[in-house]
Ligand binder design. Sequence first.
Ligand SMILES: Cc1cc2nc3c(=O)[nH]c(=O)nc-3n(C[C@H](O)[C@H](O)[C@H](O)COP(=O)(O)O)c2cc1C
Length: 211
Amino acid sequence: MGQTVDEAALDILFREARTHTKWQPRPVSDDLLRDLYELLKWGPTSANAEPARFVFLRSKDSKERLRPALAPLNVDKTMTAPVTVIVAYDLKFYEHLPELFPQNPGMAKLFESSPDMVETTAKRNSSLQGAYLIMAARALGLDCGPMSGFDHGKVDEEFFAAGKPCFGCDQEFFPEGHVKANFLCNLGYGDPSSLHPRLARLPFNEACSLL
Ligand SMILES: Cc1cc2nc3c(=O)[nH]c(=O)nc-3n(C[C@H](O)[C@H](O)[C@H](O)COP(=O)(O)O)c2cc1C
């Protein structure tokens, strides 16, 4: 490929993009959420396993189901956001490998017999996919507010436990409690007037080594 994106794109994706906590009263359509997934799905994952699962909470009812799990400081920003995504991971992701990674038929069996490897792979790659979600959202004009301040047990119980419906999903595709929350991310159009000055970032020589 060898091409670079232009300066405006770099600003949108990185330099000017901020973490938002206050939202304009502008809705986010389901079509845009579909476009978001269609973009983020191309981000690389190990063995192309794509362990992340995304639950988009758009309705008041679904937000209320999340409310008891939120850290107090995250309640208002989440309840007022047009959409909150639960970025989760499926510990049975390897069941899809025959379709997603057909060139290595032994891979699914390898995971099946290695719970530690399953967990490490699911957490690492769902975190990456969550980051792809943030960057894809920015590329589509959305703002994000990622959050780790919530009770994982409560979210897993409410949204992913056995026999409970996955609100907003076309079908109950998380039936056995093998899906776990990784982090939450509010989505919408942020209110720039509420932003604080941007925090510092580590300089190259403190974060990087050239060996
Ligand atoms: C994984 C993750 C978890 C975060 N958790 C919270 C949180 O629970 N509550 C919150 O207010 N901000 C949370 N943040 C926001 C960060 O503090 C924020 O992204 C960071 O300070 C950079 O801000 P900036 O994007 O405006 O430069 C989280 C961010 C990430 C990526």
